[in-house]
Design a protein around this ligand. Structure first.
Ligand code: 13P
Ligand code: SF4
Length: 309
């Protein structure tokens, strides 16, 4: 038996014993995606975390995702295999800045991208993901909306909504999605003229300009299942290619930039997943006050989802 299959057996056994589930984001390493009970984008992972009756959730994603699972499941144990899996974009909007913006714009509502710290969520009015940002902004009761921490998602929402969007902080960004450029996409388009271009809204607007489809990671996945194209140029973190290939093994997926790797997402390995289940660490903990204050804005987002059905 190979080292990998013995690790997989041990993980499965521990999962049954501890009534645990493994959730993995679309950017996780292929072997981590393959062992997960559910693989998805930020919105789907939050919904799944809210609905599960498992006692323990092993969250293979970055800190803000695991923190969201804690806020939604204060009675469950939420574990993360590597405690250093932090999202640099989320860190660009700490609670102190949120307090400052609240003071500066007392009448405006604040919508935060789920890629934000729990301490920041506690000061927000609503949470959104890249899959529902415009709907959430349109449903919130204010014509002026502070939106953060991703300036590109703020710009994307501004393009779709008639409300006034103020980005907070002024220039929050994802370092991974900064790596994509219009020039490189156009170069690839010359090599693969019949390929469809898919881009994440965290990319710079110049990349959306040359994209055929803009959406969250799972929306991209869904798109490939219905599109007639059989070549796709993909402008998001390359971990998603594994899931895309599994869904459409007849298609070719070309990364819009080969080195677009989120090192934080990659920190979780099979071995760390095993140790996490065995030693029940690292448990993600958030002060009770933040859990209570953070839940309301997330629930607002879920209400919007229902409203859509
Ligand atoms: P999705 O919600 O589209 O999966 O995006 C999460 C993320 O971290 C993008 O960088
Ligand atoms: Fe954060 Fe960007 Fe990594 Fe997503 S890809 S977790 S936004 S650093």
């Amino acid at each position: 038996m190979s080292l990998q299959s013995s690790l997989i057996d041990k993980i499965q056994k521990l999962k049954r014993e501890k009534r645990a589930i493994i959730l993995a984001h679309n950017y996780q390493r292929p072997e981590v995606q393959d062992i997960a009970d559910f693989v998805g984008d930020s919105l789907e992972l939050s919904l799944y975390a809210m609905q599960t009756d498992a006692r323990t959730i092993v969250f293979c994603g970055v800190n803000f995702m695991a923190e969201t699972a804690v806020i939604l499941n204060p009675d469950k144990k939420v574990l993360i295999p590597d405690i250093n899996a932090l999202c640099p974009m989320a860190s660009m909007l700490p609670a102190d800045l949120m307090k400052l913006y609240r003071r500066k714009y007392p009448k405006a509502k604040i919508v935060l991208y789920i890629n934000s710290l729990a301490e920041a969520k506690a000061y927000s009015d609503a949470i959104c993901t890249s899959a529902n940002a415009t709907e959430v902004v349109d449903q919130i009761d204010s014509e002026v909306v502070l939106f953060g921490p991703d300036i590109n998602l703020a710009r994307y929402v501004q393009m779709k909504s008639s409300k006034k969007i103020i980005p907070i902080p002024q220039y929050g960004f994802c370092p991974v999605h900064k790596l994509f450029s219009k020039r490189e996409v156009l170069r690839l388009k010359q090599i693969y003229p019949d390929a469809e271009v898919m881009a994440h809204p965290e990319c710079d607007p110049e990349v959306w300009e040359v994209a055929d489809f803009i959406g969250s990671t799972s929306k991209m996945y869904a798109r490939t299942l219905t599109s007639r194209a059989n070549k796709f140029i993909v402008a998001t973190e390359i971990g998603i290619l594994h899931r895309l290939k599994k869904g459409r093994n007849d298609a070719t997926f070309i990364p819009a930039y080969e080195e677009a790797i989120c090192v934080n997402m990659r920190l979780h390995t099979l071995e760390k997943v095993y140790l996490c289940l065995k030693d029940e660490k690292y448990e993600v903990k958030i002060p009770e006050k933040i859990v209570a204050k953070g839940r309301e804005p997330i629930e607002f987002m879920f209400k919007i989802q229902k409203y859509k059905k």
